[in-house]
Design a binder for this molecule. Structure first.
Ligand SMILES: CCC[C@H]1O[C@@H](n2cnc3c(N)ncnc32)[C@H](O)[C@@H]1O
Length: 483
């Protein structure tokens, strides 16, 4: 396997495909030409890419939950409930953890057990086991654009089955579904396997079927600085575009300081456009997704609603194309459909109330935009250099060198040298820049911000700040002040 950011030829792709479709019996039902014809029957109102483009044009921020249960009819009921009671603009299908690890046998057992128990014993929808026919029943029974959301390093069979089944959007990426999701899965192999998924979307596009792709923005979802998630998002956008993907949503996980969060979305839009055009992908349509706080949540439901609403406000003021919504059960586990719908309605209320209030792009926000762009450029340009002009191989080398580094990542392929901490206003800065290829003025900026907080708190800047910030929001604050 030689990893390079080069569009796979049809021969290469179809050579790999034959083996993939044998990984589980339901793979035998995948027939590409038949699937293209099936997609042509899907009504336009269910096309994810079209709905995103319309939202971008109209300045809307669409709402989308996460949701997935083991059995098909229950999953259909759940999604229809979220569409009607939750007023969700876009719908997910969150895939279960066994499927994410390619453990389809375990899924089969869990489906059996769920039927006996009369409740879902999986934390998501086992789409590979339900197969093309099960997915098509889902697509035909739910009235809304549908997206596959998961965390699968090797998602090739899942992609084949869900796309043949009629999903019109697909989340994930070779870095964003390895580093935060796996401990010892080769990063090089995951990036290669995700070229397969993107090439399949590209081949659908060559047949006139537009499928939206969304790299997973938040990564570990815990104090991830904007420059880190932006660098990974833009790299995965470039890798997808090279394989022929034309409709891309790039994402960011809320950090909590409003100026930084609004600036992060603006910086992402500007930088993604710049890098995709610079590297020859000027025909890609770009949208953004804002993930409501991905870190620890308060158990108290009223406080959880406050966190959800703050994320809704930031998404609306940033004018992200869509927002991924949390629920008041976040600290407890898989939410009930009622709790999920309430998170959606609270979010919708905020978005509607803020729709008429343009956010003032103050000097402070502009500084934040420029800082995030400068930091992200340092990383992206170093990755490109390490790959001798190739972002795929460059990413592997960048993680080896700590030029790309994701805080609190389980993967052995991430050096985990960087340490984030909040500044005195709650913006996420770097307490330890690790081996990030920052210029001295950027390093000095972060140090000054952290030192200002230390001074205010009357304590030395230390790892304790990082720990305090990890727990802060679940304990009712933003900045982890000393007791
Ligand atoms: C990276 C995604 C993490 C988030 O994804 C939520 N999540 C996971 N699985 C389900 C599910 N089956 N239904 C509703 N939400 C779900 C978690 O709560 C967490 O917030």
């Amino acid at each position: 396997m030689e990893l390079k950011n080069k569009k796979w030829t049809h021969d290469h792709f179809y050579g790999v495909r034959e083996e993939i479709l044998k990984h589980w019996p339901t793979g035998a039902d995948v027939n590409f030409e038949e699937a293209v014809k099936y997609h042509e029957t899907i009504p336009a109102r269910k096309h994810f890419a079209k709905r995103l483009v319309k939202a971008k044009k109209n300045g809307e921020t669409l709402t989308q939950p996460r949701a997935g249960v083991a059995l098909l009819d229950e999953h259909i009921n759940l999604l229809n409930f979220l569409r009607t009671e939750g007023e969700a603009d876009l719908l997910p299908t969150t895939i279960d953890s066994y499927t994410r690890q390619n453990q389809y046998e375990n899924c089969a057992n869990a489906i059996e057990e769920s039927m006996k128990a009369g409740r879902s014993l999986l934390n998501g929808f086992p789409a590979v086991n339900h197969g093309v026919h099960g997915v098509r029943k889902l697509v035909e029974s739910v009235d809304g654009p549908l997206q596959v959301r998961h965390g699968t390093p090797d998602a090739r069979l899942l992609t084949e089955i869900t796309l043949a089944g009629g999903f019109t959007s697909y989340e994930g990426g070779g870095i964003s579904y390895n580093i935060p999701y796996a401990k010892s899965v080769s990063l090089e192999k995951t990036i290669y396997d995700w070229q397969y998924n993107d090439r399949l979307v590209g081949i659908y596009a060559e047949h006139g079927i537009e499928i939206n792709r969304e790299p997973f923005g938040p990564l570990t979802g815990t104090l991830v600085p904007p420059c880190i998630s932006h660098a990974v998002a833009i790299i995965e956008g470039i890798l997808a575009a090279e394989q022929g993907v034309k409709n891309i949503t790039l994402g960011y996980g809320q950090c909590g300081n409003l100026f930084q969060d609004v600036a992060a979305i603006k910086a992402l839009e500007q930088l993604a456009e710049e890098y995709l055009v610079k590297h020859g992908y000027s025909d890609c349509v770009l949208t953004t997704v804002f993930h409501q706080w991905m870190g620890g949540f308060p158990q108290d439901e009223a406080k959880a609603f406050a966190v959800i609403s703050w994320g809704a406000a930031a998404a609306a003021l940033a004018k992200a194309t869509k927002v991924i919504v949390k629920t008041p059960h976040e600290a407890l586990g898989i939410p009930t459909k009622e709790a999920n719908a309430m998170g959606l309605r609270a979010t919708k209320q905020l978005i509607n109330m803020l729709a008429d209030q343009p956010f003032p792009m103050t000097a402070e926000v502009d500084i934040e935009v420029e800082m995030i762009k400068a930091e992200t450029r340092c990383i992206l340009d170093k990755v490109f250099e390490l790959g001798n002009g190739d972002f795929a191989s460059g990413s592997v080398r960048a993680f080896e060198a700590g030029v790309l580094d994701v805080p609190f990542a389980p993967s052995q392929y991430s050096l985990n040298k960087i340490l984030p901490a909040r500044d005195n206003n709650g913006a996420v800065r770097l307490f330890d820049v690790g081996n990030l290829p920052f210029t001295q003025d950027i390093i000095d900026f972060h140090k000054a911000k952290i030192d200002a907080r230390a001074k205010e708190e009357g304590r030395k800047a230390s790892f304790q700040m990082v720990i305090d910030d990890i727990y802060a929001i679940s304990k009712g604050r933003l900045v982890g002040r000393p007791n």
